[in-house]
Design a protein around this ligand. Structure first.
Ligand code: WTA
Length: 654
C-alpha cells in the first residue's frame, strides 16, 4: 500500500459520529430540507441568498454563464459592499452595537468599536484615500498587523470601488514588491509595526524596501501602532492620523456594478509566480454572507463570533471582514499570537468576551493538543456553541480533542472546505443538521454541487477516491487571475473541460455514505500550517542564490504543521561544498525572498536530483526520503543509482 492509501484506509476506519445538539437543531438557521430546496432551482436559491444584501439596483439576471468559464452573477445589479457591511446596520438602529471587540496583544490594550464608529472611520478613510488620488478601479495594497485600521482600510477601498490587495504581514519585501507590481498598486496602507510574541515587530521597513524594487506606488499611508522609529520620505509617506483622523465622516457610498472588482488576493499556484485571484462584488458578498449565516448558524443578535485568521489570507477576508460584517454580528479581532503573554491567551479571550462561535485552523488545534488540556481547562468556555476548522484536513484526533476540550462535548465542529478561489465555504457540515464524522468535510452546502471524479471526469462510486471538482458555477467563485485570463482557464477549467467542471487541485474520497473526505493537494502546492506554498516558488527562490545550481522542493508530512518544506539543493561547481554555513545561508535566503513561512524544515545538499529520462524531477521519490520511508519504484529514473546517493546523504545529514 502507498502511504496515501494507508491514510485513506485509516481515515475511513473512523467510526465516531456526532449528532447535532437537540436545541441547536430545533432552532437552526438551515434545516435538512434546505438541500432539496436549493437543488430544485439553484438560481432561484441564489437569488434568495442575494436578498440578504441591500442593492441599489436589483439585478436582471441571476447568472450569465454564456461565456464559460467567465461568470457574471446578479447581472445589472448595483451595490456598495461597505454600505452593506456598515451603514445599513446603523440605519437599522444598530449603530450602538459593537462591531469589533479589538484585543491588542499587549494585555489590556483593547478597543470596542460600534457599527456607528466603524461607519465614521470607514467614511473618513474613504475621503482620505480619495484625497490621496485613489479613484474607483485603482488598486490599493494593504500590509498591516491585525488592528482595526486594517478592516477600516479594506472597507474604505470597497466603499470607493478601489480593489484592495491585502498582503500578509509575514511576507518579505520581495514578495510584497512582486505583488505591488503585478497589480500596479497606487497606494500602500501599512503601519509602523504590530505586536507579535510580546514585542513590536516592524512592518514599514519592508514597504520602504519594496518601494526600491518597484516604482508603481505613489503614496504610503502609515498607521502609528507601536510608536517605533520609522524612516520617512515626505514625498511618499503620509501618517494615517494626519489625513484620516481629520477627514470628514460624511461620505456617500457609490453603487458599483455587481461585477465590479472588490479585491485581488495572491495565492500560490503550481508555478513560481503567485496568482492574483480576482473577486467581484455582488456574488462574493452574497457567498460570504450566506455561508457565514448557514455554516455557523449565525444569530447576529446574540452571537459573539471569533475567527483567528489573519486578514492577509482569504479566511480573514470572507470570515472576518465581509461575511460577519455584512451579517451585522459582534466579533473579536485579536492582534497577536496564541501564546502571548501565556499559553491560555486565546481561551482567556473566549472567556472574557463570551465567544459563542470560534473558527480556527487544524495546525493551531494540534499545537494546543500537544500542550494538553490543562491550560484550556482553566478557563470558562461554556459560552461556545459552534467550532469551525479550515485550511487543511483536520485529523480525526484533533477534531475530537477540539470538540471535547474546547467545546465541552456540546459543540458541533464544522470542518469547512474551501479555497482562495472559491471565495466562500463550499463543503461543510451544517451544525444543526449534519451528524459529523471527525475528519470529513461531509457534503456540499445547499446551493453548491461538487463531486469526486476519476481521470476521465466520471463520478467515482462511493468508497473510492479521485479529484475534487465543483460541477456548476457559484456566486463567490473567482472571476479570473488578475491580468491573466488564459492562466485562469488553464489552471481551473482545462483539466475537466469536456464536463465544464472546476478543478480544485485537491484529492478526495467518497465514503460508503457518499460523504467527502478531502485528502490534500494533488499538484505541486504544499500546505504548511494551513498556508499554501508552491514548490516551484521556493525552488525559484533557492535557485536565485548565487551558490545554487538546481533545487527540488517537496512537502513532507509533519506532525505539527501538516506538511513541512524539505529542499534538495545542488550547488554550483565553483561554490565547492558551499562552506560551513551553507544551510543557514540558504534558509535565510528563502526567508528574505518569500517570508518566514516558506523557510525549509530541512535543506539537503545533494550531488544530483532524481529525474526521468525526459528530465522531470521525481518529487515522489524525494518525498519518500524526506518522510524516511523506503524509496519507491525507481525504474523510470534516467540514473537509478542517484537515489542511493541521496538516501545515503540523508542518513548522515543532521
Ligand atoms: C486546503 C483556505 C481539507 C485544500 C480557505 C485547499 C482543506 C487549500 C480544508 C486552500 C479542509 C482548506 N479540509 N483541506 N477543511 N480547507 N483546505 O486558498 O488543499 O489558503 O485546496 O484557502 O487548503 O487553501 P487557501
Amino acid at each position: 500500500m502507498s502511504s496515501t492509501d494507508e491514510t485513506i484506509a485509516n481515515l475511513l476506519r473512523e467510526e465516531r459520529r456526532f449528532a447535532p445538539p437537540e436545541d441547536l437543531a430545533a432552532n437552526a438557521n438551515l434545516s435538512a430540507d434546505a438541500y432539496e430546496h436549493a437543488a430544485k432551482d439553484r438560481e432561484a436559491f441564489w437569488a434568495e441568498q442575494a436578498e440578504r444584501l441591500s442593492w441599489d439596483t436589483k439585478w436582471d439576471q441571476v447568472l450569465d454563464w454564456s461565456n464559460p468559464p467567465f461568470a457574471k452573477w446578479y447581472v445589472g445589479g448595483k451595490l456598495n459592499a461597505a454600505y452593506n457591511c456598515v451603514d445599513r446596520h446603523v440605519e437599522a438602529g444598530k449603530g450602538d452595537k459593537v462591531a469589533i471587540h479589538w484585543v491588542g496583544e499587549p494585555v489590556d490594550d483593547t478597543r470596542d468599536i460600534t457599527y456607528a464608529e466603524l461607519k465614521d472611520e470607514v467614511s473618513k478613510a474613504a475621503n482620505a484615500l480619495t484625497d490621496l488620488g485613489v479613484a474607483a478601479g485603482d488598486r490599493v495594497a494593504i500590509y498591516m498587523p491585525m488592528i482595526p485600521e486594517a478592516v477600516v482600510a479594506m472597507l474604505a477601498c470597497a466603499r470607493i470601488g478601489a480593489p484592495h490587495t491585502v498582503v500578509f504581514g509575514g511576507f518579505s519585501a520581495d514578495a510584497l514588491a512582486s505583488r505591488l507590481d503585478d497589480c500596479q498598486a497606487k497606494v500602500v496602507v501599512t503601519a509602523d509595526g504590530g505586536y507579535r510574541r510580546g514585542a513590536a515587530s516592524a512592518l514599514k521597513p519592508a514597504v520602504d524596501e519594496a518601494l526600491t524594487k518597484t516604482d508603481v506606488v505613489e503614496k504610503v499611508l502609515v498607521v502609528r501602532r507601536t510608536g517605533q522609529d520609522v524612516a520617512w520620505n515626505d514625498d511618499v509617506d503620509v501618517w494615517w492620523h494626519d489625513v484620516v483622523d481629520g477627514a470628514s465622516a460624511e461620505h456617500t457610498p457609490e453603487a458599483f456594478d455587481s461585477e465590479h472588482p472588490l479585491y485581488v488576493m495572491y495565492t500560490s499556484g503550481t508555478t513560481g509566480k503567485p496568482k492574483g485571484i480576482l473577486h467581484t462584488t455582488g456574488g462574493y458578498l452574497t457567498g460570504s454572507a450566506y455561508t457565514h449565516h448557514a455554516v455557523f448558524d449565525l444569530k447576529p443578535d446574540t452571537d459573539v463570533y471569533w475567527c483567528t485568521a489573519d486578514i492577509g489570507w482569504v479566511t480573514g477576508h470572507s470570515y472576518i471582514v465581509y461575511g460577519p460584517l455584512a451579517n451585522g454580528v459582534t466579533q473579536v479581532l485579536y492582534e497577536g499570537t496564541p501564546d502571548s503573554p501565556e499559553r491560555g491567551r486565546w481561551w482567556k479571550i473566549v472567556q472574557d468576551y463570551k465567544v459563542t462561535i470560534f473558527y480556527t485552523a487544524p495546525t493551531a488545534i494540534r499545537s494546543f493538543m500537544k500542550q494538553g488540556s490543562e491550560v484550556p481547562d482553566r478557563f470558562d468556555m461554556s459560552s461556545l456553541r459552534i467550532l469551525g476548522s479550515v485550511g487543511e484536513p483536520i485529523n480525526p484526533e484533533a477534531y475530537v480533542w477540539y470538540r471535547h476540550v474546547v467545546g465541552g462535548d456540546r459543540t458541533p465542529v464544522v470542518d469547512t472546505w474551501w479555497q482562495t478561489e472559491t471565495g466562500s465555504i463550499l463543503i461543510s457540515p451544517l451544525p444543526g443538521v449534519t451528524h459529523g464524522k471527525p475528519g470529513s468535510a461531509m457534503t456540499p452546502i445547499p446551493g453548491i454541487t461538487a463531486d469526486v471524479v476519476d481521470d476521465e471526469g466520471r463520478s467515482v462510486p462511493n468508497g473510492s477516491g479521485g479529484y475534487l471538482v465543483v460541477t456548476s458555477p457559484w456566486p463567490s467563485m473567482l472571476r479570473t487571475i488578475w491580468g491573466d485570463d488564459q492562466r485562469y482557464v488553464d489552471t481551473y477549467w482545462s483539466r475537466f473541460k469536456a464536463q465544464g467542471y472546476y478543478f480544485a487541485g485537491d484529492g478526495a474520497k467518497k465514503d460508503e455514505d457518499g460523504d467527502i473526505w478531502v485528502l490534500g493537494r494533488v499538484d505541486d502546492v504544499m500546505n504548511v500550517s494551513g498556508h499554501r506554498l508552491s514548490t516551484t516558488e521556493i525552488e525559484s527562490a533557492l535557485v536565485s542564490h548565487p551558490k545554487v545550481a538546481e533545487s527540488a522542493v517537496v512537502g513532507a508530512t509533519d506532525p505539527d504543521t501538516g506538511q513541512a518544506v524539505v529542499a534538495y539543493v545542488i550547488l554550483r561547481e565553483e561554490a565547492g561544498d558551499g562552506g560551513p554555513e551553507i544551510v543557514k545561508e540558504l534558509s535565510d535566503h528563502v526567508r528574505t525572498q518569500i517570508g518566514p513561512i516558506a523557510k525549509p524544515r530541512q535543506i539537503m545538499i545533494v550531488p544530483e536530483l532524481p529525474k526521468t529520462r525526459s528530465g522531470k524531477i521525481m518529487r515522489r521519490l524525494l518525498r519518500d526520503v524526506a518522510e524516511k520511508r523506503e524509496v519507491g519504484d525507481t525504474t523510470t529514473l534516467a540514473d537509478s543509482t542517484i537515489m542511493d546517493l541521496i538516501s545515503a546523504g540523508q542518513a548522515t545529514s543532521t
